[in-house]
Design a protein around this ligand. Structure first.
Ligand code: MRU
Length: 347
């Protein structure tokens, strides 16, 4: 699936599959302005670190189209800054906007029309590169999956969360395509239910055997020997291997360590933030508490006056991780060395 993020060149409209409506209906959400793109990111029409990055790259073209007039440079700078700040945890957002800004700086003499062409073609390149990265992650991660594995995943790190194919679900897809006999347990992933709504939808479409379980069934499943491997995505991987992912991921990893089950996080190198020394430095998005009690129900699930605490991500300690699978290969502990080695050619 690659048509969940479409950019219409002529009209400069970003056309997104509205992930809030899945699995019931496949509706599109059109972004014509920077504010529309920011809304789409914040209400999670599009979500998942690499998908956020690619959408933001197209968002830069929309920001440019919107910044017409003699002071277009100043307006563009402002729009890009707003876009960059839409969500704090997934580093791919800042990475994509910074990448486009650097491209603009290298081509500072271009007028808006030519810059627009450059932005669109760069965003398309980033989209293709993300799909290629996910396929490579699937290939590199394949040896981590064994025949008869029961693979637990948390949240949605699939095609919907990327430009296509997925990271954690990329390796699941690769294993399935390679005829490994596997089964997936998708945590429901409260409160946004990315597992129950999105991961289950993707796997069902591909015919990959899958069961949805409550988040709090994890200990029970592991203690009874029903899970043999955990694969999750990442929103930001720090230089020491600590990583932020959907709230609940660290609990999965702590339990997996207790029961001796391997845990891998999988993500493109655009998700690695070498400027972030460790998990304590990763900004964690705090979302509206109403999501917990109101989001999917006709009536509030707790008294209306009850306050809810809703951090959207948590940090998993690198000591709980077996490996980090990227498009350049698998990093093993000590992660500060293996991650640094991925970037050494770039210095
Ligand atoms: O709040 P979300 O749905 O954007 O959070 C998504 C996740 O935590 C994913 O696991 C992560 O972005 C990796 S996606 C390949």
């Amino acid at each position: 699936m690659e048509d969940h993020i479409v950019f219409h060149r002529d009209s400069a409209v970003l056309d997104l599959l509205d992930q809030r409506k899945l699995p019931d209906s496949e509706e599109r959400f059109l972004c014509r302005t920077t504010a529309d793109v920011i809304t789409a990111l914040q209400v999670m029409v599009v979500r998942g670190a690499p998908a956020i990055g690619v959408s933001a790259a197209f968002g830069c073209a929309i920001a440019l189209r919107e910044s017409a007039g003699p002071d277009w440079r100043e307006k563009l700078r402002k729009n890009l800054a707003h876009l960059r700040a839409a969500r704090p945890t997934a580093v791919n957002l800042a990475w994509a906007v910074d990448h486009m800004t650097a491209l603009w700086e290298r081509n500072a003499s271009l007028g808006p029309e030519d810059l627009m062409k450059l932005f669109i073609s760069e965003a398309e390149t980033m989209r293709r590169a993300d799909i290629a990265s996910c396929m490579a992650i699937g290939r590199f991660g394949l040896p981590c999956v064994h025949d008869n594995d029961v693979i637990l995943t948390h949240c949605n790190a699939g095609a919907l969360a990327t430009a296509g194919y997925g990271t954690a679900l990329g390796v699941v897809r690769a294993a399935f395509e390679n005829r490994k006999n596997i089964r997936v347990i998708a945590d429901e992933t409260r409160p946004f239910l990315q597992g129950a709504r999105l991961t289950a939808w993707e796997l069902q479409r591909d015919g990959i055997p899958m069961t949805v379980a409550c988040d709090n069934a994890c200990a029970s499943l592991m203690s009874r020997g029903f899970v043999s491997l955990c694969v999750v995505g990442a929103d930001r991987i720090a230089a020491n291997g600590d990583f932020a992912n959907k709230i609940g991921t660290s609990g999965v990893a702590i339990l997996a360590k207790h029961y001796g089950i391997p845990v891998y996080t999988l993500g493109p190198t655009s998700t690695i933030d070498m400027n972030c020394p460790d998990g304590a430095h990763i900004p964690i998005e705090l979302r509206d508490g109403d999501e917990i009690k109101n989001l999917w129900y006709e009536k509030p699930m707790a008294l209306p006056e009850v306050k809810c605490f809703n951090p959207s991500f948590d940090v998993t300690d690198h000591e709980l991780l077996t490996g980090i699978v990227t498009e350049k290969g698998i990093c093993y502990p000590p992660f500060n060395e293996s991650l640094a080695a991925l970037f050494k050619d770039k210095k």
